[in-house]
Design a protein around this ligand. Structure first.
Ligand SMILES: Nc1nc(=O)c2c([nH]1)NC[C@@H]1CN(c3ccc(C(=O)N[C@@H](CCC(=O)O)C(=O)O)cc3)C=[N+]21
Length: 286
């Protein structure tokens, strides 16, 4: 038996159609969702991602601004750009592309973004709201993971979900979201003793460790749902996930590909957050 491939690109396209319809309705009331992306420096991968975000905005009829700042930009200059965007009424979402150059501290920059415009969901208040179950803008990759699972028709409640990785941008928030969906959640990381044995008890296995093809079939319970968050550029230029896709195919029940899995969902959830922020700024509830 071969695992079913979860087509992230197709699911993402379907959600974008829904976002486009909502955006058209808002346009009739004179509301246009606006996203500002701030890119500091010349990281080639970041440039590609920022280009995809810009394209998604165009496709959906959003207003977008990209602020391309030189690598020499100071912390103060970056904070001044954020302050301006916080106060700009045409902008409902602000995303500062990470990683930032080494001379800029991440925390003061994230803290400076208005919680109402925090479409990355990285602000401490957004993280706190997620943790206590209050409404907030959810981090894009983690909410994309949940959407992929739900829209594939997979039940989360009562299942054992194992998250491999404990980063603030993926591992921790995806664990909180799975908990909110009533999974029993285990988080594994570099100090976990016998990760293989724990992973093998997972009904849902979410992998976000940033090591190409690190997770093979020896980590997989037969029939398990595997969500691969990794995007690693191999020396030959190809992309690989953190999961060895071909190796797990005969054991898993469902598996996401890379590319075409979680990646496209991340950008779609960013668009959804921007739409939500625009509605909230105009006093329109969910
Ligand atoms: N403040 C901030 N927020 C982010 O959300 C953020 C960030 N910084 N820094 C970088 C990471 C990475 N990221 C991706 C988004 C889309 C794809 C994506 O669409 N990938 C496609 C194509 C990949 C390709 O061909 O290069 C796929 O997986 O199929 C990947 C990665 C957002 N990030």
């Amino acid at each position: 038996m071969s695992a079913q491939r979860i087509e992230g690109k197709q699911i993402s396209d379907a959600i974008r159609v829904e976002i486009g319809e909502e955006t058209a309705k808002l346009a009739q009331r004179g509301i246009v969702p606006g996203l500002a992306v701030v890119l500091v420096g010349e990281d080639p991968a970041s440039k590609v991602y920022v280009g995809s975000k810009e394209k998604a905005c165009q496709q959906l009829g959003f207003y977008s601004e990209v602020h391309r700042l030189p690598a020499s930009t100071t912390q103060e200059e970056l904070l001044a750009v954020i302050d301006k965007l916080n106060n700009q009424s045409t902008i409902h979402g602000i995303l500062v592309q990470l990683p930032l150059p080494k001379h800029i501290e991440e925390k003061p920059v994230i803290d400076a973004i208005s919680v109402h415009k925090d479409v990355d969901g990285f602000h401490p208040i957004s993280v706190g709201n997620l943790t206590i179950g209050d409404d907030s803008l959810l981090p894009c990759t983690p909410s994309g993971v949940i959407e992929l699972i739900k829209r594939t028709g997979i039940e989360i409640a009562g299942r054992h979900a194992v998250v491999i990785g404990r980063s603030n941008i993926v591992g921790k928030p995806v664990a909180m979201l799975l908990l909110r969906e009533h999974a029993t959640v285990t988080i594994c990381h570099s100090r976990t003793a016998d990760m293989e044995a724990i992973a093998k008890t997972a009904d849902i296995l979410v992998v976000a460790i940033g090591k190409p093809k690190a997770i093979g079939r020896s980590f997989v319970k037969p029939g398990a749902v595997i969500i691969d968050v990794g995007i690693n550029r191999l020396p030959d230029g190809k992309l690989a996930g953190d999961v060895d896709y071909d190796d797990v195919l005969d054991t898993a029940g469902y598996v996401t590909p890379v590319p075409g899995g979680v990646g496209p969902m991340t950008i779609t959830m960013l668009m959804l957050n921007t739409l939500k922020a625009a509605k909230q700024a105009n006093g329109i509830g969910e």
